[in-house]
Ligand binder design. Structure first.
Ligand SMILES: NC(=O)c1ccc[n+]([C@@H]2O[C@H](COP(=O)([O-])OP(=O)(O)OC[C@H]3O[C@@H](n4cnc5c(N)ncnc54)[C@H](O)[C@@H]3O)[C@@H](O)[C@H]2O)c1
Ligand SMILES: O=c1ccn([C@@H]2O[C@H](COP(=O)(O)OP(=O)(O)O[C@H]3O[C@H](CO)[C@@H](O)[C@H](O)[C@H]3O)[C@@H](O)[C@H]2O)c(=O)[nH]1
Length: 444
């Protein structure tokens, strides 16, 4: 099939690469000339493991190309995939200006029958609006199909080639057949629904996963007070197939370009039809508070926190990505800096992106983990990059001014820390937090 993908963010790029790898002819369109020039040169504008290899392979095979010329791309394709951003407005509602503009651009370019397949996450009813918008501008035949995307950053290639399911929302049987054909090599779990249900499946899925995270974070907070270990609690719960073990990792809360935005949007979608989504509002509140748990733990150790130097390991919202959109590290570092704390920050990949959003004279950007820890009064681990697990804790203790470790992602274990003389705080693991055997060094 001949496919045009509009937007070369995570979703557009990975979809384009996947469909070309399946033998289709794919052209990816972006209005950002810099991105298109990079992609044409075989460079990938985002850090996503495995993406570059498969992109270059398909580009060299002549199945995948990149352009800024939307009209030509649309005219030569049968299927047009909309994969542009739908960020949050200040109200929390999804900002539909990019998807509406892309739909208009497509409408003005249609020369013959097209299937417009929306992969962007859009509020319920948006695909009907897109249909209206296109038919207002074009007399040519077309169908609009909602195919929400479920990939995760950091494992986007694997997720796209091995999806748990494909959801196809359409009212048209012919379009459904064509889109099923496009995906049938990927999975047998293809669910065809009406358009509104497909749109809702995406929001409901993200809201449910966010709920699991806020739930386990609240359990963690109670564990700290009653003397239980949340990692054991989550393990014990996860063996129950009805609960499942995934998305039960307690920490400093969820971030990223999707959960914060999509939970807010669903609250708004509900509000627009006079439904007060109380549960999801609490999920969002819990998540906001959870980010501050790191600061509360620091304050409990250092009443004079403002005079201290704190190392931060991890700036990206999760490991294996350079994406810092709504990363918990942003709010945590901004709050510490506002209090006068000096920060040594380090991330293996995301520092350049982070500096575009947070810049302050009290922040020193470091090239390595040990460099960041040198002379610090405390170290906060905010992203569980694999390299942090391999830390030589004796060397870490020796380089820090005070051996205080706040582990926001429960990376280290009690065994590893025994006899290392750290004051150690993690999330929901009270035994370690009060363990006298750790013989903490006196704080200077
Ligand atoms: N990032 C994810 O992991 C993920 C996963 C599932 C779903 N989604 C959803 O997919 C959508 C895209 O997210 P993303 O993170 O991949 O995108 P992004 O915001 O990183 O990139 C969007 C791209 O679209 C381009 N663009 C915007 N308007 C255009 C137009 N009219 N013509 C050509 N190009 C245009 C922009 O220049 C940009 O490069 C969002 O709705 C998001 O919620 C994202
Ligand atoms: O047990 C867990 C799992 C995740 N997180 C955090 O949750 C956030 C999101 O993680 P993840 O879901 O792995 O990454 P995303 O790339 O944001 O993917 C989510 O958002 C995408 C965009 O909608 C969807 O496509 C995916 O299915 C959905 O998992 C990150 O900050 C994680 O640190 C936790 O705190 N605990």
């Amino acid at each position: 099939m001949r496919i045009a993908v509009i937007g070369t963010g995570y979703v557009g790029l990975v979809s384009g690469v996947c469909f070309s790898d399946l033998g289709n002819q794919v052209v990816c369109v972006d209005k950002d000339e810099r991105k298109v020039a990079m992609l044409r040169a075989g460079e990938v504008p985002i850090y996503e493991p495995g993406l570059k290899e498969v992109l270059v392979k398909n580009a060299e095979a002549g199945r995948l190309s990149f352009t800024t010329d939307l009209t030509e791309a649309v005219q030569q394709s049968e299927i047009i995939i909309l994969a542009v951003g739908t960020p949050s407005l200040p109200s929390g509602e999804a900002d539909l200006r990019y998807i509406e503009q892309a739909a208009r651009d497509v409408a003005l370019s249609i020369n013959e029958y097209k299937i417009i397949m929306t992969k962007s996450t859009v509020p319920v009813g948006t695909n009907h609006k897109i249909k209206q918008l296109v038919s207002d501008l074009s007399m040519k035949p077309f169908d609009v199909v909602s195919v929400p995307e479920f990939l995760r950053e950091g494992s986007a290639v694997k997720d796209t080639f091995n999806p748990d399911r494909i959801v196809i929302g359409t009212d048209d049987a012919t379009a459904a057949t064509k889109i099923i054909e496009l995906h049938q090599q990927l999975t047998d779990n293809i669910i065809v629904t009406d358009v509104r249900s497909a749109e809702m499946i995406k929001y409901a899925s993200n809201a449910f996963l966010a709920t699991k995270i806020s739930f386990i974070n609240e359990i963690a907070n109670i564990c700290e007070k009653v003397g239980a270990d949340v990692t054991k609690v989550a393990e014990g719960m996860g063996f129950d197939k009805r609960i499942g073990s995934s998305f039960l990792k307690a920490g400093i809360g969820y971030g990223g370009s999707c959960f914060p935005k999509d939970t807010q949007a669903l609250i708004q979608i509900a509000g627009n039809v006079d439904y007060d989504f109380k549960l999801l509002k609490s999920v969002v509140d819990v998540n906001r508070d959870q980010r501050y748990s790191v600061i509360h733990k620091l304050e409990a150790i250092y009443p004079d926190l403002a005079t201290r130097k704190v190392a931060v390991w991890g700036l990206a919202f999760k490991p294996n990505t350079d994406d810092i959109r709504d990363a918990p590290a942003i709010e945590i570092i901004q709050e510490l800096v506002a209090r006068g704390v000096k920060i040594n920050a380090y991330d293996p990949i995301a520092t350049d992106n982070f500096r575009k959003v947070v810049e302050h004279e009290n922040i020193t950007w470091c090239e390595g983990a040990m460099e960041a820890a040198a002379g610090a009064d405390a170290l906060c681990l905010l992203t569980e990059w694999p390299e942090f697990e391999k830390t030589d804790l004796s060397a870490l203790r020796a380089t820090m001014n005070n051996a205080v470790l706040i582990d926001g992602r429960n990376v280290f274990s009690e065994e590893e820390l025994r006899d290392k003389s750290f004051i150690y705080r993690s999330i929901g693991r009270p035994n370690m937090n009060t363990h006298n055997d750790l013989s903490p060094l006196p704080i200077t």
